[in-house]
Design a protein around this ligand. Structure first.
Ligand code: TYM
Length: 330
């Protein structure tokens, strides 16, 4: 059975981009694949080295994963730092990752620009840790959003390099996955760029109905088309991108036509978009509230996940040590 793996950083609540770009796909895959889903709390330290409440952040993502439909019996759902074997593999892979290639990755350059006061080595080697996450369970497929494409390319490169260096056919090369479609990028509501946890442009799975309505009604647009069939500006295109994913085809066509003949009222588009987003998020939101109360269940899930993940990870580490040539003297 093919293996699927993916992760989410514990730097904040899950937003619509996380859900549509990744988590929704995880949920659909868990019946047909051996799945590993985890909370990347080591990774979160690259941007938030002294988090106010690491435990609370991890817990929140765990709750939201479960609320979104991940079944801890079917899939292995775990917390990255519960599997220290990942850190060991990261260390070993770091020996075969080069400064030049790491410095050139887009996400490193972006983060270095965003946090010039904290360009730490963890940030630089972020793709190596991500590769360790993936190859430690020999994943074939990695359901992610478009923003992770380059990191995955690096993971393939590190897997390939390990095989070449040690003359083995050991690690597989993990492929990005979205049911045969292109990986997607959900835009934010501020008119430019992707929806993100720290950009202040997101709709969160934990948002209540009114918050969602308010956020969408405040989304950036423009003054409206004046010439029929004109090109959309980025903020408007972004709203249509979300509409196309969450709404019925007829709805999309209706507003597109209105845009093309210049009769569109963005307020109406936003109202419809808000209702369709609410329809999607509301059941998850309600489950978040329920699961959040259940400490015992969360403890059980985390323990089960850690056990299952460590079983697979420790086997890999043992084999990797042998391949590299570590041998016990006792
Ligand atoms: P993170 O936590 O930024 O995002 C989690 C997942 O959500 C997707 N995503 C989006 N998809 C579409 N549109 C958006 N606006 C959007 N924002 C986020 C991401 O592509 C991702 O799939 N490095 C990873 C976490 C990670 C990981 C891994 C993923 C660590 N190790 C191993 C896969 C395999 C990250 O920061 O995702």
């Amino acid at each position: 059975m093919e293996i699927v793996l993916s992760g989410i950083r514990s730097t904040g609540n899950l937003h619509l981009g996380n859900y549509l770009g990744a988590v929704q796909n995880f949920v659909k895959l868990q019946d047909d694949y051996k799945c590993y889903f985890f909370i990347a709390d080591y990774h979160s330290l690259t941007t938030h080295p002294t988090p106010e409440n690491l435990y609370k952040n991890v817990r929140q993502v765990l709750v939201e994963y479960l609320a979104a439909g991940i079944d801890p019996e079917k899939s292995t759902l775990y917390i990255q730092s519960d599997v220290p074997e990942v850190a060991e593999l990261y260390l070993l892979l770091n020996m075969n990752a080069y400064l030049g290639e790491l410095e050139r990755t887009t996400s490193f350059k972006e983060k270095a620009r965003k946090q010039p006061e904290n360009v730490n080595a963890g940030l630089l080697t972020y793709p190596v840790l991500m590769a360790a996450d993936i190859v430690i369970h020999h994943a074939d497929k990695v359901p992610v959003g478009k923003d992770q494409e380059q990191n995955l390319e690096m993971a393939r490169k590190f897997a390939r390099r390990f095989n070449t260096m040690y003359k083995v056919e050991y690690f597989k090369e993990p492929q990005p996955f979205n049911f045969g479609k292109e990986l997607i990028k959900i835009p934010g509501l501020d008119g430019t760029g992707k929806m993100g946890k720290s950009e202040g442009n997101g709709i969160f799975l934990a948002d209540d109905e009114n918050t969602i309505r308010k956020k969408i009604m405040r989304a950036v647009t423009d003054t409206g088309p004046t010439v029929p069939n004109s090109e959309m500006t980025e903020p408007v295109k972004n709203l249509f991108t979300i509409l196309e994913i969450v709404s019925e085809k007829d709805t999309v066509n209706y507003f597109k036509e209105q845009y093309q003949n210049c009769t569109i009222r963005y307020g109406d588009l936003k109202k419809q978009l808000a209702e369709d987003v609410i329809k999607l998020i509301k059941p998850i939101n309600e489950r978040i509230k329920d699961i959040d109360k259940n400490n015992e269940y969360l403890a059980k899930v985390a323990k089960l996940g850690a056990e299952k993940a460590r079983e697979s990870a420790s086997k890999t580490i043992k084999e990797v040590r042998e391949i590299i040539g570590f041998k016990k003297f006792y």
